[in-house]
Each structure stands twice: as C-alpha cells, then as structure tokens.
Write a protein that binds this ligand. Structure first.
Ligand code: FES
Ligand code: FES
Length: 219
C-alpha cells in the first residue's frame, strides 16, 4: 500500500520507498504545488481569453459594433444604429422610443412584446432587428388614426373592459389586429387560438376575447 504522505499522483512514480530522504519528499511536494499553480494559471488565462480575445481597449469586439440600418416602422423609415445581437423589442423601446411595446419574459413566452410584421403577429423579443430587413413593422403606436382616434380593437377593449392592469394589453391588441386583418369574421375558437400566445397575469382572457369578437363587427 502506498504511503499517503509520500504518494503524489502526477509527479512521477509512486514513492513506496519508506526510506526516501526528507529533501526528496519536499522536492516532490514543491513540484506538485507548482503543477497545480500552473493549471490554475492556465485556466485563468483561457477563461479571460473568452472576453478579451481579439480585443483591445481601442478595438471593440465585433459584437459591440452598431451598424446603421433603415427600419420601416408605423409607415415611416427610421434610421437607427443596431448591434448585431439586438432584438427588435430593444430597438423599438430603447432606440426609437416606442415604449408601447412591452418587455416581460424577454424569451418568447408571454407575448407582451407582440408587434405585427408584414401582417403577422410576432414576438419582438425573439426577433433580431437585423433580420427584419424591408418588412413593415407595426407597433401599438401605429394604430392611432390620423386625428388621434383609437383603432376599433382598442375601442372594443375599452367597451368590454378588457384590460385590468393593462401591461399585457398592447400585445393582446396587436395579436387581435393581425387576426382581424387576416380573418375579419373569426369564430370565438379561432379568436381564442389567435390570442393564445398572449398571456395575462390578471386572467382577463374572457374580456379580451369578448373585445376581439366585438371588434370583429366593426373592423
Ligand atoms: S417579452 Fe417577448 S414573449 Fe415575453
Ligand atoms: S391585464 Fe394585467 S397582465 Fe393582462
């Protein structure tokens, strides 16, 4: 059996010789310590390389370089600097000031960030802005009529007392708008299905559904 004091894995053959000199034991311990320090140091360098590789204070990483693009939002062309990994929700809210689009889960689960892109309801938190291209983006702000009047879906939401806290409401409205523009006379089940990607923590689902059915008569 190997002597637990003098056995040093990784630093040469096992030391079974009970007669090993004190200096050889110390030498082995010191080698082991140096080996472990080396492993830790190389791990630290490799880890830091993840963040610093290819960068210098004067040369930002490619992922942090914004590029100027044109976005078609609510009937206007908006010029905006966008990071490669930036989501449409971030661009709309924090670059273009369109804060009607809400951010909640930020991972495609709740629908608070829903906008309409080329007629389809879309989670803007899960859409890279650079992927939008020339498609037409509509947000809740874009529903306003020329004289400030509400969109029929918005009016129906008020008439049916749809919102409670209201946080999910812009997303609910944009999903309803996309539905009614594609299918102006949905059945209640079709409307329920179209709205199923929009969660409401207040549980106002029936009110929202009533609103969609009411709006369907006026859109
Ligand atoms: S914030 Fe986009 S789906 Fe929840
Ligand atoms: S009205 Fe409050 S989360 Fe829907």
């Amino acid at each position: 059996m190997k002597d637990p004091v003098t056995y040093h894995p990784g630093v040469g053959p096992a030391r079974d010789d009970a007669g090993a000199s004190a200096s050889s034991v110390l030498e082995a311990r010191s080698s082991r310590r140096a080996f472990i320090k080396g492993v830790i140091a190389s791990g630290a360098v490799a880890g830091s390389g993840v963040f610093t590789f290819g960068c210098s204070p004067d040369q930002p990483a490619a992922s942090s370089i914004e590029r100027l693009i044109s976005l078609h939002v609510n009937g206007q062309v908006r010029r905006v600097d966008v990071l490669p990994n930036e989501t449409l929700a971030m661009t709309l809210r924090y670059k273009l000031g369109l804060t009607g689009t809400k951010l909640a889960c930020d991972r495609g689960e709740c629908g608070a960030c829903t906008v309409v892109i080329d007629g389809s309801s879309t989670y803007s938190c899960s859409t890279l802005t650079h992927m939008v291209g020339d498609r037409q983006v509509r947000t809740i702000e874009g529903l306003e009529g020329p004289n400030g009047e509400l969109h029929p879906v918005q009016q129906a939401m008020i008439d049916e007392l749809g919102p409670q806290c209201g946080f999910c409401t812009p997303g609910q409205i944009m999903s309803a708008v996309a539905l009614l523009e594609a299918n102006p006379n949905p059945t209640r089940d079709e409307a329920r299905h179209a709205m199923s990607g929009n969660l409401c923590r207040c549980g106002a689902y029936d009110h929202y559904l009533n609103s969609v059915m009411r709006a369907a008569q006026g859109v």
